[in-house]
Design a protein around this ligand. Structure first.
Ligand code: GDG
Length: 507
């Protein structure tokens, strides 16, 4: 199949000619806001919680920064703005059929499963691909119209992998970084994709391509070699940079930059009296003497929620736990609810919860508390604080921020973290109780071991885990990426990206 060589139409040139003054532009599928319609008479834009926003916020405020993304509504309506007008938001419109084909289709039914070890089979659909290409072109055009001469542009994630090349064709003067939040699969899997060369060429429009783990970066470098898309050069992995791809006239650097959380912010929240009191209240509500296990995930088939429930069921069945002494609280945040695999996953999980509670529960005492909802940030911190055991057991996950958030929210050094080997976080949080979630007996055993963990050993592990997330927080992540991006070629330098130790190594 032909590689899309983004053509420069008169419309493109016109878009690029729009007055542009943003020195630092973040481009992501979603703007960092959502429309709060709890009062239907007065809908309000509210800032969405998340580490990405808090990490980029100071950089966006200090420079003439802008965020390009979809506002989350296909119905139009009021232009999104934050109450305090602090970050300049630039909405990219999406039509209903584009939401279906670009977002639910190509992004979440083709790329998402393909990049997560084909946990479910990906669908390949030409119409979805065309929609993905069209929407990526739109994002590139909007960004081109907004960026100041020599600006730094940071493109985020798998929904926008064509944007780097499309943007470079419109604005060769800007410096482009790309970061992939999900795993990058081995070439054997990626090569299934009918549009594989186009995606690789899209990414190669960047100056720096960042992955969560060195393995993802290496998979990408191997793929470039297999597809002959440029000369791929490896480097001794002394720093975040793992190699480069030489394309005509340019070097594209490739590295690993594990994302993290706002550790200090979460710790402060966890230490607040309101959150601590709420944590005590949750424990009282669940039963003073019961051990509390917790899962917090988007309801996604990659997160291993059903494997976790089955492992708990096995503990109840063999008597290592009972509804009297143990409870599992599972927060399952609604996600991609119109996509078939997600609908089926929800039905499977809810049947399993019903089965477990029906078999092992008593009046007033059920073993699983399942909430299909989104809870507030303080409530989440209180749940982290109330848990004896945090269960993070994805079958495959780029990083998993919940694991790092739990650690950040435990200044009391309490709680045990059970963590899947297949989460990116396992490469850093090696003092967690690591587990293979594909192995049912091992999963039950590690959950039982976590419930019975010696408190002194638990504190020791938690101390080590906390040291890591304090040093490597989300600010460190953003600084490391932007410092390396700045270290090559020309372009505006975002403030706050002071030299990190890694910069010295790669300079
Ligand atoms: C992708 C990659 C990578 C969840 N429920 C509630 C809530 N959350 C928050 C968590 C956490 C975030 O959502 C989920 O982040 P994860 O990392 O666990 O997972 P993905 O959504 O799949 O994210 C992943 C990440 O990008 C970043 O690069 O780590 O691998 O798949 O922050 O706290 N927050 C609130 N209420 C909830 O009910 N407030």
């Amino acid at each position: 199949m032909d590689t899309p060589r983004p053509g420069r139409t008169a419309g493109d040139r016109q878009q690029a000619a729009v007055a542009s003054d943003a020195d630092f532009v973040v481009v992501a599928n979603r703007l960092p806001v959502h429309l709060d319609t709890s009062d239907p008479d007065a809908p309000r834009w509210r800032r969405s919680p998340g580490g990405l926003v808090s990490a980029l916020d100071p950089i966006l405020r200090n420079r003439r920064g802008a965020w390009v993304g979809w506002a989350g509504t296909v119905t139009g309506g009021a232009r999104p703005a934050l109450p305090e007008q602090d970050i300049r938001l630039h909405p990219v419109p999406l039509a209903e059929d584009e939401y279906r084909d670009y977002y639910e289709g190509f992004s979440n039914t083709t790329l998402w499963p393909l990049f997560h070890d084909v946990v479910v089979p990906p669908d390949f659909d030409q119409a979805w691909w065309h929609s993905y290409l069209r929407v990526n072109q739109r994002f590139a055009q909007h960004t081109a119209g907004l960026a100041a001469p020599g600006a730094t542009v940071w493109v985020q994630d798998y929904q926008l992998m064509l944007v780097p090349a499309l943007l470079r064709a419109l604005r060769p003067d800007v410096r482009i970084g790309f970061f992939l939040h999900i795993p990058f699969p081995p070439p054997e899997l990626f090569l299934q994709l009918p549009w594989r060369s186009q995606i690789v060429d899209g990414l190669l429009g960047a100056d720096l391509i960042g992955f969560q783990l060195p393995g993802g970066a290496q998979n990408f470098l191997q793929l470039v070699r297999r597809l002959h898309r440029g000369e791929s050069v490896g480097r001794a992995p002394r720093s975040s940079l793992l190699g480069s791809v030489l394309v005509p006239g340019r070097e594209v650097r490739v590295g690993a930059f594990p994302i993290s959380v706002d550790t200090a912010g979460l710790e402060e929240l966890a230490r607040s009296e309101a959150v601590r009191e709420r944590a005590r209240q949750i424990r009282r509500q669940l039963g003073e003497h019961r051990r509390v296990m917790l899962g917090v995930d988007r309801l996604d088939y990659t997160k291993g929620i059903d494997q976790r429930l089955r492992a708990f069921e096995a503990l109840l069945a063999d008597g290592r736990a009972s509804a009297r002494d143990t409870v599992l609280v599972q927060i399952a945040t609604p996600s991609r609810e119109r996509v078939e695999h997600y609908r089926r996953q929800r039905a499977r999980i809810e049947a399993l919860v019903g089965q477990i509670n029906g078999t092992f529960g008593q009046v007033g005492q059920v073993p699983v508390h399942y909430l299909h909802t989104t809870v507030g940030r303080s409530e989440l911190a209180a749940l982290y604080g109330a848990a004896d055991v945090m269960l993070v057991t994805p079958l495959r996950d780029g990083m998993n921020l919940v694991a790092k958030e739990f650690v950040a929210a435990r200044p009391d050094l309490g709680g045990a973290l059970v963590l899947s080997e297949f989460a990116g976080a396992a490469h850093e949080l090696t003092r967690a109780l690591l587990v293979n979630p594909h192995h049912p007996a091992e999963l039950s055993d590690v959950m039982a071991a976590a419930l019975d963990q010696d408190p002194a050993e638990g504190r020791c592990r938690m101390r080590d885990l906390r040291r890591h997330v304090r040093e490597r927080d989300v600010h460190h992540w953003a600084r490391s990426f932007l410092t390396v991006l700045r270290a090559g070629g020309s372009g505006a330098v975002p403030s706050g990206s002071d030299d990190s130790p890694q910069a010295a190594v790669v300079a």
